[in-house]
Design a protein around this ligand. Structure first.
Ligand code: HEM
Ligand code: HEM
Length: 355
């Protein structure tokens, strides 16, 4: 379609824009108007939109925080103190960023659980799952690097624990630790290094992979998971505007929840980092409790091996599941494995939170 043709027949501003942006509104709407299975009306099935909206909130609040944050090991804590106590509405922006991070990680996990138990990762959507696993890893790293930027006593020692774990990775351990800390130690260059990861490297990778994830979802269409159970094709409804309306309502609800959480439970600020005093308890955020518990139970080397094997299995789960189902057609083994893993992760998280 040529530019002039697109703008032809229209006068004034819309004609001018039509000529310069040769896109036909009807074609654009038709492109968005992909019918989606009716089960997507239920929140459980369209959970993927929630972390997407929360990521947007993180970008906006994160940029606002960047205006006042000092990415310097010696000044980081004082700048977070200033954001919390002196910058107008700084406490609120920081608290929204803090809570959106928690909710983003939680809803990514829930989305993954729904995809797992509805078998929506199966052929031909194996790649969508694998890219999703990378997105999960990046989200956890975003949470870890962001938390470490505060440079309070807990996060300072948390970075020390993380660097110990990293340095034990076979072959590339030392290099990875130096990359994370900006040198062999948690020192002058560490916060600026973590900052580059938090606002540059990781978001860029996250956006690229999320783009690939959503492109794959769009190319395959959302899985008709009910059809597999009932054999009857599910009715559909238009993505635009019907499903977009559902997502908008969710976004408004999430905004209200975030504002309420930020006001009722503002982001805490503990004592500044003291490199000379090891605290009695060093704890990461709740979403890393299960790795911490594994570490305490098995020791560093065994825990690294177990977590490496677990990540490998998770990534290649669609392939493993396919093998299981070929050997035992109609069996529920995959579902039982999923239940066992979810229960174990919850048990380790609760255990660690009381330790
Ligand atoms: C920031 C993180 C993520 C975002 C924003 C996201 C977004 C989405 C969206 C919007 C959909 C469409 C269906 C729905 O709304 O549920 C979807 C589908 C899917 N996602 Fe994700 N996702 C994320 C992480 C993950 C992870 C961690 C996995 C698994 C390891 C995963 C695996 C899948 C699969 C297999 C589908 C296809 C499901 C179907 O067709 O029913 N995603 N994702
Ligand atoms: C590209 C977008 C982002 C930017 C520019 C950004 C920027 C920042 C900055 C400057 C801080 C330090 C200020 C402070 O702690 O008060 C921070 C903290 C933090 N960020 Fe981000 N961030 C982004 C995305 C994310 C995402 C996606 C997550 C998690 C999934 C996240 C999690 C955190 C956490 C947990 C903190 C510590 C919050 C606190 O308790 O104070 N950030 N971020």
């Amino acid at each position: 379609m040529s530019g002039s043709a697109s703008g032809a027949g229209r006068s004034g501003l819309s004609g001018w824009v039509g000529e310069r942006l040769p896109v036909q509104p009807d074609k654009l709407t038709a492109g968005l108007n992909e019918p989606v299975p009716a089960h997507l009306k239920a929140y459980w099935y369209c959970l993927g939109g929630t972390p997407m909206f929360l990521l947007l909130v993180q970008v906006v609040t994160g940029i606002l925080l960047t205006f006042h944050y000092r990415a310097d090991s010696a000044q980081a804590y004082a700048s977070v103190e200033r954001i919390t106590h002196d910058v107008p509405y700084g406490w609120w922006i920081r608290s929204v960023h803090h809570w959106a991070a928690h909710l983003m990680v939680l809803t990514v996990f829930l989305h993954m659980v729904r995809v797992f138990f509805t078998g929506a990762y199966r052929r031909p959507r194996e790649l969508t799952w694998m890219v999703g696993c990378l997105v999960l890893g990046l989200t956890l790293l975003m949470g870890f690097t962001g938390y470490s930027l505060i440079r309070d006593q807990n996060t300072y020692w948390g970075v020390n624990v993380a660097s110990q774990i990293t340095s034990q990775v076979p072959v590339v351990g030392e290099t990875l630790r130096n990359l994370l800390l900006g040198g062999p130690e948690n020192g002058d260059r560490t916060v600026s290094r973590l900052f580059v990861f938090h606002i540059g490297v990781l978001p860029t990778l996250l956006f690229l992979l999320l783009g690939a994830h959503l492109l794959l979802v769009r190319l395959h269409g959302v899985a008709d998971v009910r059809r597999r159970e009932t054999g009857v094709k599910t009715s559909t409804y238009p993505f635009f505007p019907d499903h977009v309306k559902t997502e908008l309502i969710l976004a408004i609800t999430l905004t209200i929840v975030l504002c309420a959480l930020a006001v009722i439970f503002p982001a805490p600020l503990r004592a500044a980092a003291d490199p000379t005093t090891t605290p009695a308890h060093v704890k990461p955020e709740w979403y890393l409790y299960f790795t911490f518990r594994t570490l305490k139970l098995m020791g560093l080397t065994a825990a690294l091996l177990v977590m490496g094997a677990f990540s490998f299995l998770l990534f290649f789960w669609p392939v493993v599941d396919d093998r299981i189902r070929r050997k035992r057609p109609g069996s529920e083994v995959s579902v039982w494995i999923g239940c066992a893993v979810v229960l174990l992760l919850i048990a380790f998280t609760i255990w660690e939170s009381f330790a």
